[in-house]
Design a protein around this ligand. Structure first.
Ligand SMILES: [Fe+2]
Length: 157
């Protein structure tokens, strides 16, 4: 009986962690496509800077998507893997298609700010489940996102 309770608790906590990880997967998958849109369509005097920055960010997004999905698998969960579900589950909207360079940076900063908040929620879920490796993964990403946010905000002045 005690064991059953313990198992139920563990599965319940892992469920919260897996949901948080799948939320990251959806956010970063939509952002990956959105960053390509920005990389291809950005125009103006900051073209070279932003074209390269957006590439750096989508490359980072791709690596994180794989890391998150494989962490979900290691926890016995199922990573979401269709664009339809990513769009349903992500808090990130696709590129509007009408933004200028400054608008792209402003939207990206807003998207990353939301992601930083959801990363923190994931850290808390992982800590509640005593899942150190997931907490570590999400804390590290949150630190990287905060650095990007500082740079994007500096760009915007
Ligand atoms: Fe390119």
């Amino acid at each position: 009986m005690a064991n059953e309770t313990m198992t139920a608790t563990k599965v319940g906590n892992s469920g919260g962690v897996i949901a948080a990880l799948n939320s990251q997967l959806a956010d970063w998958s939509v952002l990956y496509v959105k960053l390509h849109d920005y990389h291809w369509h950005v125009k103006g005097p900051n073209f070279y800077t932003l074209h390269a920055k957006f590439e750096e960010l989508y490359t980072e997004a791709a690596a994180f998507v794989d890391e998150v999905a494989e962490r979900i698998l290691a926890l016995g969960g199922k990573p979401t893997s269709t664009m339809k579900k990513y769009l349903e589950q992500s808090a990130i909207a696709e590129a509007a298609g009408n933004e200028d360079a400054t608008g792209m940076v402003r939207t990206l900063a807003s998207d990353l700010s939301g992601i930083a908040d959801r990363l923190q929620q994931g850290v808390e879920a992982a800590e509640a489940a005593s899942d150190g490796p997931t907490a570590d993964l999400l804390v590290t990403k949150r630190e990287a996102v905060q650095k990007h946010l500082w740079m994007l905000k500096a760009f915007l002045g």
